[in-house]
Each structure stands twice: as structure tokens, then as C-alpha cells.
Design a protein around this ligand. Structure first.
Ligand code: SAH
Length: 348
């Protein structure tokens, strides 16, 4: 198709095609068109990162959440969720074992849990900063106030992940209850960037109600925000949520979008996510081959792994951290890549 060729040429130049062309491409791309973008994205990632894949140690600090996102298994209304939160000591002990395994980035992620006041969170961050001066600290704790982001940054956090989820305000309302605000989510992302965090945006692929026009908006938003990190993965239903019977996002579209994002944002830190590994046994390997350059093995205490259940059938919930990293090393080696012990900061 002539139209798609134009769109692909523009993406190969690192430019976003005009909306009509982009939406058409997202709606109708063929396998051979996807292969052109995959090859270019793989090459582009190798120009910056070689065959090196960065690892991030993910510590899921709490599954208590005050929010009620329709897609998420740890939403407050899910009465079946078995709730837990980690103490400062438990978080530090995860970092200790992670450091020994070679992790130089710790990602502290959780639901929006009021237990983690600025005071507590800053003291956790300060202590990790003191104990591991050579490590990056990433937070993924949802929306907080600007002052709170600033305090956390000053305490020593380097990065903050806050997926925008969808860049279309109407679609945002279909995924979230009325008390949640698209505007606040977007405002937070700009605040985080301004404060100095390496900032991560991102979205789910195939979330209920999502169209090609929404995805085009997501891509446009990413080009405008210019985040240092971008997390995308397929939506996967969780049985105890309002979206429990919706279809999951596809491997094909997720891989296509990874390639497009790599070409539009050449230096972006782009994970092959656990959700991608959940919908396909080779999902993470395929993600890397489509332009991703990060994997995020789980460092959470094994007794709580299964309870941080955002979606059904999440992989690696039974493994020890050491096992996860061994398995991922082998997976990366099988496709000619290698996991590295490196902070893996964004290089402008
Ligand atoms: N509370 C934090 C962390 C959220 S969990 C925050 O608000 O940012 C991290 C990500 O998991 C979310 O941003 C969302 O994009 C993703 N997620 C949640 N439920 C999901 C589901 N059912 N399928 C796939 N991804 C999901």
C-alpha cells in the first residue's frame, strides 16, 4: 500500500507521519511492513547499546492502592487481593541481594499506598543512596504532589516511571473511575521531567476501547514529552476486575509499537516487559529483537510475588531472584545479546 510506504519512510527518518497516514499504518500494517521497521529498530538499538541489555531489579513494595483503575488487579475494590507492604528493612534487604546479583538499578514500584509518606519514602531512598552510591534508584509509586517528587529527588532518587496509560482524555475515562484525572497524570509527567528525574511514560497495548487513533495519540504524546524511558506492554485481563472478560493486547501490535518507538526516540530506555513475556513464551526475546534494550527481573521477596498480581498468569511469580536473572541471561544469550551490570542511564 502506497500510503503505508510513506508512513514507514517517515518513521525510518525518525519522524512521526501525519495523523491520517499513521492511523492507517497502525490499522493495516502487513508482516513485511512490520519486518522493515523491526530490522531498522534492531539496528538503531544496536547503534546505541550494542548487544548489551540493561537489567533493572524490580521491587514491588506494596499492593495496597487507593485507586480503582478498571484494568488493574490490585485496585482497591478487589476484595480477593491479599494485601502486603514491605518495611524499610525488607526493601533494603531486597537491594542487598540484588546488588550481590549484579543489579545497579533498583526500581521501587507499588500501588498508591498512603503508608509510604514522604518522610518514610525519603528515608528509604536516602538509605539506599548511602549504601549503594553506584546504583540508580527508580521510583514507580503513582501520582504524588510536585513537592513530594521534589523531596524524593533531593533524597537521591534518579528516575521515575509513570505510564500515561493513554494520551486520549476520553479513553482515559474508560479505563479509570471519575475521581482520577488525565490532566493530573500528564501534569505529573512534566513536573517529574522538570525536577530532573529521568522520566518514564508509557501505555498498555490493546487496552479495552483502544483504537489506532488512540495509539497515534500515544505516539504523538511521546514525541512531545521526549521521555527518557518508555514502558509499553500488552493489556492482560485480571479476573477480579471489571475488564476480566476483555481480550488481551496482541504480541504482534506490541512488537510493532516497540519498533516504532525505538525509531522515533532512538536513545529511549525501552523495556521488554514482563507482560510481554506473559502473553508469549518468547515475548521478551522478541521485544529485544524489535528494539527494546532493558529487562526488569523481579527482586521482590518470593513470599509476596504472587500477590502483586496486576493481571492473570504473570510469569516468574514462583522464582527466586537469582533464578530469574540466570534464566534471563540465557534467554538473552540465545538471541546474541548479553545482560550487563551497569546503571544504564539515559545518554542524551
Ligand atoms: N501505581 C503505579 C504503578 C502501577 S503498576 C502507577 O500508578 O504508576 C505499573 C503498570 O502496570 C501500570 O502503569 C499499567 O500500565 C500496568 N498494568 C496494570 N494493570 C495491567 C494489566 N491488567 N495488564 C497489563 N498491564 C497492566
Amino acid at each position: 500500500m502506497e500510503q503505508n510506504t510513506f508512513a514507514i519512510q517517515s518513521i525510518l527518518r525518525g519522524e512521526l507521519p501525519e495523523d491520517e497516514l499513521l492511523i492507517c499504518l497502525l490499522d493495516t500494517f502487513t508482516d513485511s511492513e512490520a519486518a522493515i521497521l523491526r530490522d531498522a529498530a534492531q539496528k538503531k538499538a544496536q547503534e546505541t547499546f550494542g548487544n548489551r541489555v540493561y537489567i533493572r531489579g524490580l521491587i514491588e513494595i506494596s499492593n495496597y492502592c487507593k485507586n480503582d483503575c478498571y484494568y488493574c488487579g490490585i485496585r482497591r475494590s478487589n476484595k480477593n487481593a491479599v494485601r502486603y507492604r514491605l518495611s524499610k528493612e525488607q526493601i533494603l534487604s531486597c537491594c542487598k541481594s540484588g546488588y550481590a546479583l549484579g543489579f545497579r538499578t533498583f526500581v521501587l514500584q507499588g500501588g498508591e499506598d498512603g503508608y509510604y509518606t514522604d518522610e518514610l519514602m525519603c528515608s528509604v531512598v536516602r538509605e539506599i543512596r548511602e549504601n549503594y552510591p553506584d546504583c540508580a534508584i527508580t521510583l514507580s509509586l503513582g501520582e504524588r504532589s510536585r513537592e513530594s517528587y521534589k523531596k524524593l529527588y533531593e533524597a537521591g532518587a534518579d528516575r521515575y516511571l509513570l505510564r500515561h496509560e493513554t494520551a486520549d482524555p476520553e479513553h482515559y475515562k474508560k479505563l479509570h473511575p471519575p475521581e482520577m484525572s488525565y490532566e493530573n497524570r500528564i501534569k505529573s509527567l512534566y513536573e517529574l521531567k522538570e525536577i530532573g528525574f529521568q522520566t518514564g511514560a508509557g501505555f498498555m497495548v490493546g487496552s479495552p476501547g483502544q483504537t489506532a487513533a488512540h495509539l497515534a495519540r500515544d505516539l504523538r504524546f511521546l514525541c512531545e514529552l521526549q521521555p527518557q524511558m518508555c514502558g509499553i506492554g500488552p493489556f492482560i485481563p485480571h479476573r477480579d476486575t471489571p475488564f476480566g472478560d476483555k481480550a488481551a493486547g496482541t504480541l504482534r501490535t506490541t512488537l510493532f509499537l516497540l519498533s516504532v518507538i525505538r525509531l522515533l526516540l532512538p536513545k529511549v530506555l525501552l523495556p521488554a516487559t514482563t507482560a510481554l513475556g506473559t502473553i508469549d513464551p518468547k515475548g521478551r526475546e522478541l521485544g529485544i529483537l524489535h528494539g527494546a534494550n532493558v529487562v526488569m527481573p523481579n527482586l521482590s521477596p518470593s513470599e509476596h510475588r504472587a500477590d502483586y498480581s496486576l493481571y492473570d498468569n504473570k510469569i516468574c511469580t514462583g522464582d527466586e531472584a537469582a533464578e530469574c536473572i540466570r534464566c534471563l541471561s540465557l534467554r538473552m544469550r540465545s538471541i546474541g545479546y548479553q545482560i550487563v551490570t551497569d546503571r544504564g542511564d539515559y545518554q542524551a
